[in-house]
Design a protein around this ligand. Structure first.
Ligand code: GTP
Ligand code: MG
Length: 638
C-alpha cells in the first residue's frame, strides 16, 4: 500500500472542504466553530482508498487570510496539491497566496479543481479554465490536470479520482532511510488514551514502544501507540498521516511546531543560514527586517540578516541568516515561508542550508562559497566542507548537521578518507578530521616544538599535554583545543615520518641535541669526569653537583640530560655510575666466567675492590640487567 498526502489550497469559500467531503465522505471541518461559521479555521483531515494499492490522506486547509498560518502548518508534508478555484469567482487573493506558498515550498505535483461547476454556464467555465491555465503557466502546475467539478451534483468527481490515482501512483516513494521526523500539527488528550499528537511523518519511520525526543523541549517520552490514517499500527513510515500516543508528557506541554525525532540525534537551533527568494510582488526586504518564519509546522518570529546586501529586491534570491526568536528543530533541505509583519502577507521563502551556522562577517566570500556548496553540492562535498569548517567533528554531530542516518555519515566519511580528503579516527570511528586541518596541526606541532626547544635548551622535551595546550585554534570563530585523540594521531604520524620522537609522555624534535652555554658545558664535563675518574667507587651525586660553579637547578638539569643520554647510569637513588665503569665491570665478569661462572659477594668484592655499600646494589643491578642470576647466596654469570 502506497501512501500519498494531498493538500487542498485556495481562496476562502471556494469549496475545498466540500470537495474533500464529496471525495471521502468525511467532513474535514471538525470544530464546532467551523460548522457554525461555515468556514475552515484549522487543518482538517480525511482519507480515501483509490484502488488496492493507494491510500490518499487529505489535509484540508483554511482559505481565510487570517488563517494562512494554519494553512502553512498543514502544507509542509504534502506530496500533491489540489488547487481549488471556484468557477463563479475564479482566481482570488488567497488562490495566489496559497499557490505562491506551494511554489516556494518546492511542491512538485498537483492538479487544479474548478469547483462549483453547477453554478456557472459552460462559457464561464471555459473562461475560468483559460484563466487558470494562464495563472499556472511556467509553474510546476503548468500542464497539470484541470478538472471541473461540483460537490453538489457530483459532476467531475470520477475524473478527479482518476487523476488523483494517476498522480499518486507516479509520486516517488519518500526515502525511508532518513532519521524519522514527525512535526506536530495537533496535540490533545484523548479519553482513555492520554496525550496524542498528530502530524505528517516527513521522513523515516517511527515504531510503537520507541523512545522519542520532543524537540526543542528536550523531553524523552515513549510512544505507547501509533495510528496511521486512523488505524492502529506497529509503525508509521514517511508520507503517512500519523497519530502517536505518548506516555510521560501532558498534552498542554506540547504545541504545534514541536517535532518528534530520535532521542539525542539532533539539536534545536535558533540560527539558520538559508537561501531566500522574495516574491516579485513583495516589497523590498531590508537587512535585519523582522518576519514571521514558517517551517514544518513551526511558526516563529525571525530577523533576516543579509550576508552581503542591504536589501533584497522583489523577485531576488540571496543567501541570508535567520535569527529565530525561539529554537526549533530544522535540518538542511527544509523549506520555509516568510511572511511580512504588517500587513501580514506571504513575501517569500526558501531552503535551510546550514542549521548551526556561526555569525558571519559582512560580505565574507568564504561564507558565500560555503553556502553555495551546501545548496548545490553533492553529499561528499557537503560533508567535507562541514568537517573542514569544524576542523575535527564527531560523526554524531554531522548527523545533526545533515539529517542523514549515522550509517550514511560514516559511509560518506570513509569514502572521503579513501579520497584523502578526511581522516576518520577512532575505533569504532568517532572523529572526522579534515586533512587540511590535520596537516596544519602537524605543522604547528613542529613549530611549537622548535619554539619550545629554543626557549628551553636544557629541557629534553615537551609533555604531550603541554604541547596540546599550545595548539589552540580558532574554528568557526571559537577558540578550541584539538582533542587528545587528534593530537595523538598527529604525533603518531609525525613520529612515523621521523620528524619527532615520542618517549612516553614526552615529545621531542627528532635528532635534537640540547644546547648548552659554555659555562654549562664546563659543568657537564666536570660531572662526567667526576664519575668517570671514580670508576666504580663513585661519589654521591650531591657531592659532585655541589662542587660545580653553576646553580643547583641547572646542575640538576645537566645531570638529567646525562642520565637521559645514558652517559651516566643511575642504579639506585643514590648511586650513579659512568657508563664506561659499568662496561668495564661487565668485561671483568666476562673474563671471570672463563674460569668459573659462579660468583658470590665476597669474590665480587675482591674482584672489584669495592665495599659492601657498592657491591650489593651493583650485583642487584647486574641481576636486573641479566648479566648475572641470583641462586641462593651465589650468582651465576650468564
Ligand atoms: N453550488 C455549489 N456550492 C458549493 C460547492 N462546493 C461548495 N459549495 C458551497 O460553498 C460554500 C463554501 O464551501 P467550503 O467547502 O466550506 O469552502 P472552503 O473552500 O472549504 O472554505 P474555507 O475552508 O473557509 O476556505 C459552502 O456553502 C458550500 O456548500 C459546489 O460544488 N457547488
Ligand atoms: Mg474549508
Amino acid at each position: 500500500m502506497k501512501y500519498v498526502i494531498v493538500g487542498t489550497a485556495g481562496h476562502i469559500d471556494h469549496g475545498k472542504s466540500a470537495l474533500v467531503k464529496a471525495l471521502t465522505g468525511t467532513d474535514p471541518d471538525r470544530l464546532e466553530e467551523e460548522k457554525r461559521r461555515g468556514i475552515t479555521i484549522d487543518l482538517g483531515f480525511a482519507h480515501l482508498d483509490l484502488g488496492e494499492d493507494l491510500r490518499v490522506g487529505f489535509v484540508d486547509v483554511p482559505g481565510h487570510e487570517r488563517f494562512v498560518r494554519n494553512m502553512l502548518a498543514g502544507v509542509g508534508g504534502i506530496d500533491l496539491v489540489m488547487l481549488v478555484v471556484a468557477a463563479d469567482e475564479s482566481i482570488k487573493p488567497q488562490t495566489r497566496e496559497h499557490f505562491d506558498i506551494c511554489r516556494l515550498l518546492g511542491i512538485r505535483q498537483g492538479l487544479v479543481a474548478i469547483t462549483k461547476s453547477d453554478l456557472v454556464e459552460r462559457e464561464i467555465l471555459d473562461l475560468v479554465r483559460l484563466e487558470v491555465q494562464e495563472f499556472v503557466a511556467g509553474s510546476f502546475l503548468d500542464g497539470a490536470p484541470i478538472v471541473a467539478m461540483s460537490a453538489r451534483t457530483g459532476e467531475g468527481l470520477d475524473a478527479l479520482r482518476a487523476e488523483l490515482r494517476r498522480l499518486g501512483r507516479a509520486i516517488p516513494p519518500k526515502p525511508l532511510d532518513l532519521p524519522f521526523r514527525l512535526p506536530i500539527d495537533r496535540a490533545f488528550v484523548m479519553k482513555g488514551f492520554g496525550t496524542v499528537v498528530t502530524g505528517t511523518l516527513v521522513a523515516g519511520k517511527i515504531e510503537k514502544e520507541a523512545e522519542v525526543e520532543i524537540y526543542p523541549l528536550g523531553r524523552r517520552v515513549r510512544v505507547r501507540g501509533i495510528e496511521v490514517h486512523n488505524q492502529s499500527a506497529y509503525c508509521a513510515v514517511a508520507g503517512q498521516r500519523t497519530a502517536a500516543n505518548l506516555a510521560g508528557v501532558e498534552a498542554q506541554e506540547l504545541a504545534r511546531g514541536m517535532v518528534l525525532a530520535a532521542p539525542g540525534l539532533f539539536d534545536a537551533t535558533s540560527r539558520l543560514d538559508v537561501v531566500l527568494s522574495l516574491l516579485p510582488a513583495a516589497r523590498p526586504l531590508k537587512n535585519r527586517a523582522r518576519v514571521h518564519f514558517h517551517c514544518g509546522t513551526a511558526e516563529m518570529v525571525a530577523e533576516v540578516v543579509l550576508l552581503d546586501a542591504k536589501v533584497v529586491a522583489p523577485g531576488q534570491r540571496m543567501y541570508a541568516q535567520l535569527r529565530l526568536a525561539e529554537p526549533g528543530l530544522f535540518l538542511p533541505g527544509d523549506r520555509f515561508i516568510i511572511r511580512q509583519f504588517s500587513p501580514l502577507v506571504t513575501i517569500g521563502g526558501g531552503m535551510v542550508l546550514d542549521n548551526h551556522p556561526p555569525k558571519h562577517r559582512f560580505a565574507d566570500p568564504e561564507v558565500h562559497r560555503f553556502l553555495k556548496v551546501m545548496e548545490a553540492g553533492d553529499p561528499e562535498n557537503r560533508l567535507e566542507l562541514l568537517t573542514a569548517r569544524a576542523g575535527e567533528v564527531s560523526p554524531s554531530s554531522l548527523v545533526a548537521r545533515t539529517g542523514w542516518q549515522p550509517d550514511e555519515v560514516l559511509r560518506v566519511g570513509k569514502w572521503l578518507e579513501v579520497e584523502k580528503r578526511l581522516k576518520v579516527l577512532g575505533r569504532p570511528p568517532n572523529l572526522f578530521v579534515h586533512v587540511g586541518y590535520f596537516e596544519a596541526l602537524s605543522r604547528r606541532v613542529v613549530e611549537k616544538l622548535e619554539e619550545f626547544h629554543a626557549a628551553n635548551p636544557l629541557s629534553a622535551g615537551m609533555t604531550k599535554e603541554d604541547l596540546r595546550g599550545r595548539l589552540a585554534t580558532r574554528a568557526a570563530g571559537e577558540r578550541s583545543l584539538p582533542s587528545a585523540t587528534l593530537c595523538d594521531a598527529v604525533l603518531q604520524t609525525l613520529g612515523a615520518q621521523g620528524k619527532i620522537a615520542v618517549h612516553g609522555e614526552t615529545v621531542v624534535f627528532a635528532g635534537r641535541r640540547v644546547q648548552l652555554s659554555p659555562e654549562e658545558s664546563v659543568a657537564k664535563d666536570q660531572i662526567i669526569r667526576a664519575f668517570e675518574s671514580a670508576g666504580l667507587a663513585v661519589p654521591s651525586a650531591k657531592e659532585v653537583l655541589e662542587g660545580l660553579r653553576i646553580d643547583r637547578g641547572r646542575a640538576e638539569k645537566i645531570l638529567r640530560i646525562l642520565l637521559k643520554e645514558k652517559t651516566l647510569i643511575k642504579i639506585t637513588e643514590d648511586l650513579i655510575f659512568h657508563r664506561a665503569a659499568l662496561e668495564k665491570l661487565r668485561e671483568m665478569l666476562a673474563r671471570r666466567k672463563e674460569r668459573s661462572n659462579r660468583i658470590n659477594v665476597t669474590v665480587f668484592k675482591e674482584l672489584t675492590g669495592l665495599s659492601r655499600k657498592y657491591a650489593i646494589p651493583l650485583l642487584e643491578y647486574l641481576d636486573r640487567e641479566r648479566v648475572t642470576r641470583r641462586e641462593g647466596d651465589e650468582r651465576v654469570i650468564l
